[in-house]
Design a protein around this ligand. Structure first.
Ligand code: CP
Ligand code: NVA
Length: 311
């Protein structure tokens, strides 16, 4: 097998760091890696390689998928929390980046300010992955796009309804609409719009429609997320009021195409942003979506480490 041995340092801070062709190829590769895994094939392109995982916020899926992926690839992963490292005691991010990248081969970070991730990447000599910031969650989109493709084929030209907060997930959906070529209809209450610059950059691929029922008409996919993201806990009551009526329930799903899929990055709050009948119902693909975090990120790790087999 020949491998892509290019040594150019690439980071994955947003979906816009890759070309549309690279992202689509990565989705195809994730589907192949999933099949290989299910067939019990041993494939260890990252033997003895180490992923550093910095988590300044909680995680279930992201941690488990990255750690498992590295082990399946023959390498290892280190969980680094600010509570136990000097990062939490004020060691500068620039110094931490220079030191860690002398020892590990690739680094993922989940943090608050997106700028912190950018600074880290600037000082890192190894690839850096955005594992969620207040602004973006690009890894989740790799899994979501894979999930759509597996269930319905190409998403190009389709319509996706985003119901809820104009948050980090919404921003990554806006970027995904540009990169995968679908229309995104965003239903968010006033005051909870996505970032104006991110929205404007997507041109007529995206549209804000306040009313969630209208936004969902004929949608090929309906997607939502929590109303209160990590770091916004003190706004919870205000947000519960503001998002009243923004629940994805059976009535809303009935507006969408009969073949529409429902996705949610999880964790979910049944009875808030989604009804139990929808998330646990026949149109929901949330468990496959979550499971795809493993395969999508294995394709990402392989790519960033220059190990994707050339065809
Ligand atoms: N969807 C997601 O990123 O889940 P975790 O917060 O559990 O990692
Ligand atoms: N918007 C959510 C996503 C969690 C995976 C948050 O940032 O908390």
């Amino acid at each position: 097998m020949t491998t892509n041995t290019t040594k150019t340092l690439r980071h994955f801070l947003t979906l816009m760091d890759f070309s549309s062709a690279e992202l689509r190829a990565m989705t195809d590769r994730a589907i192949s890696l999933k099949q290989m895994q299910k067939a019990g094939e041993i494939y260890e392109p990252l033997k003895n390689r180490m992923l550093g995982m910095i988590f300044e916020k909680s995680s279930t899926r992201t941690r488990v998928s990255f750690e498992t992926g590295m082990v399946q690839f023959g390498g290892g992963a280190l969980f680094l929390s600010p509570r136990d490292t000097q990062l939490g005691r004020g060691e500068p991010i620039e110094d931490s980046a220079r030191v860690l990248s002398k020892m590990v081969d690739i680094i993922m970070i989940r943090t608050f300010e997106h700028e912190k991730l950018e600074t880290f990447a600037q000082y890192s000599s190894v690839p850096v992955i955005n594992a969620l910031t207040d602004m973006y969650h690009p890894c989740q989109l790799l899994a979501d796009m894979q999930c759509y493709q597996e269930n319905r084929g190409s998403i190009e030209g389709k319509t996706v309804a985003w119901i809820g907060d104009g948050n980090n997930m919404c921003h990554s959906y806006i970027n995904a609409a540009r990169q995968w070529g679908f229309k995104l209809k965003i239903a968010c209450p006033e005051g909870y719009d996505p970032d104006a610059a991110i929205f404007a950059a997507a041109g007529d691929q995206v549209e804000i429609i306040r009313d969630p029922m209208t936004a969902s008409i004929d949608a090929d996919m309906v997607v939502t997320d929590v109303w209160t993201s990590m770091g916004q806990e003190e706004e919870q009551l205000r947000r519960e009021k503001a998002f009243t009526g923004y629940i994805v329930d059976d009535k809303l799903m009935a507006q969408a195409d009969t073949d529409a899929l429902f996705m949610h990055c999880l964790p979910a709050h049944r009875g808030e942003e989604v009804s139990a009948s929808v998330i646990d119902g026949p149109q929901s693909v949330v468990w496959d979506e979550a499971g795809n975090r493993l395969h999508a990120q294995k394709a990402l790790l392989e790519f960033l480490m220059g190990q994707t087999p050339s065809l």
